[in-house]
Design a protein around this ligand. Structure first.
Ligand SMILES: Cc1cc2nc3c(=O)[nH]c(=O)nc-3n(C[C@H](O)[C@H](O)[C@H](O)COP(=O)(O)O)c2cc1C
Length: 327
């Protein structure tokens, strides 16, 4: 099985602009959309929610929902937008998500989850996969996790992404649920030992290429969220150290390549700040990074930002031309 590295689905972060921006840094990374609710796909502006500029990286659509018919319909609708996979969110613990009965609270209802995955798998030719946690509330034992994964596998899930910490559905806020329950990677490694022929991806707290290498010895893939969103050029290090790519673009190359995209998207009505906000961390750790961040937040992460301002900051970047691979 080919080992993979992916960027985690993150609401309000991994939208289509972020997906395109990250694809400019890494050709090998597998990208995930933010979670889109099935009902929104059915009743909302489909093109706006689902379309993205074609890139060579695999892109997965993540869907949230718990109504098998709605999920099936959302899968059918999404099939022709160019995604390579559809992932069901069984890991998000937010109160709003729980009220609508999707995300991590569905771990409490394996039979319903099975119905959802069966309906989705019947509705689309694309592989249907899941992203979940190792447990919830007081439930944190390998037997439960193994049985839950078996249920999703029997229902048709083709890949299993495990955020290696449990979700405390009532006690913690979504942010706390990303940090407070301890990471227990052993659960995921053990899962791989049990499901030898299945694709098991580990997620949670991965920050360095050393971490990635270590996990890839034990499981089939590593998924990274915050470390890439806050410092997107980490992807260059991943390209170089994990995928052995000798021609990694510099930070300024990435920005130069982003400009035609910005022109194209803004001419179609996209707001410049919606694209530029994803580049705030691009120069993280570099000389001038503070200036870049300040300039962006004052001039470009605002509603009426205009393209001239991109040209201005790019002139500065061209003059200083930071090329280092260091983060
Ligand atoms: C801002 C934010 C939004 C998130 N949105 C989603 C989401 O839409 N779907 C999902 O499955 N997980 C979501 N997550 C969880 C991440 O996918 C990931 O599981 C988590 O951040 C742990 O990985 P990390 O330690 O590498 O960040 C989100 C996390 C963050 C920080």
């Amino acid at each position: 099985m080919k080992k993979t590295v992916s960027v985690a689905p993150m609401m309000d972060c991994t939208d289509k602009h972020e997906i395109y921006f990250l694809s400019l840094i890494s050709k090998n990374i597998h990208l995930y959309s933010e979670m889109i609710v099935a009902n929104a796909i059915i009743r909302g502006d489909r093109d706006k929610l689902l379309s993205f500029k074609k890139i060579s990286n695999p892109v997965t659509l993540q869907i949230g929902g718990s109504n098998p018919n709605e999920l099936a319909e959302a899968c059918k609708i999404s099939e022709d937008y160019g995604y390579k996979e559809i992932n069901l969110n069984l890991g998000c613990p937010s109160k709003k998500v729980q009220k609508n009965k999707f995300g991590a609270c569905l771990m409490q209802e394996p039979d319903l989850v099975a119905k959802c995955i069966e309906a989705m798998s019947k509705a689309t030719k694309l592989p249907v996969t899941i992203k979940t946690r190792i447990g919830y509330n007081e439930v944190e034992n390998f037997e439960f996790l193994k049985s839950f994964i078996q249920t999703t596998k029997d229902a048709g899930s083709k890949k299993f992404i495990i955020h290696a910490r449990k979700a405390l559905l009532k006690k913690l806020s979504p942010k706390e649920n990303l940090n407070i329950p301890p990471l227990k990677y052993e659960f995921v490694y053990q899962l791989k030992e049990h499901f030898k022929n299945d694709e098991i991806i580990i997620n949670g707290g991965i920050k360095t290429t050393e971490d990635i290498k270590h996990h890839l010895l034990k499981v089939d893939g590593a998924m990274i969220g915050r470390a890439i969103y806050h410092s997107p050029y980490f992807l260059a290090e991943i390209e170089r150290d994990i995928f052995n790519n000798k021609n990694v673009p510099t930070r300024s190359d990435v920005m130069e390549k982003l400009i035609p995209y910005i022109q194209e998207e803004t001419s179609k009505g996209a707001q410049l700040n919606h694209i530029m906000r994803h580049t705030v961390g691009l120069f993280h750790g570099q000389n001038g990074s503070k200036t870049w961040k300040q300039y962006l937040s004052k001039n470009m992460c605002i509603r009426d930002a205009d393209l001239q301002k991109v040209n201005h900051i790019m002139d500065q970047v061209r003059k200083t031309n930071p090329v280092s691979l260091e983060r």
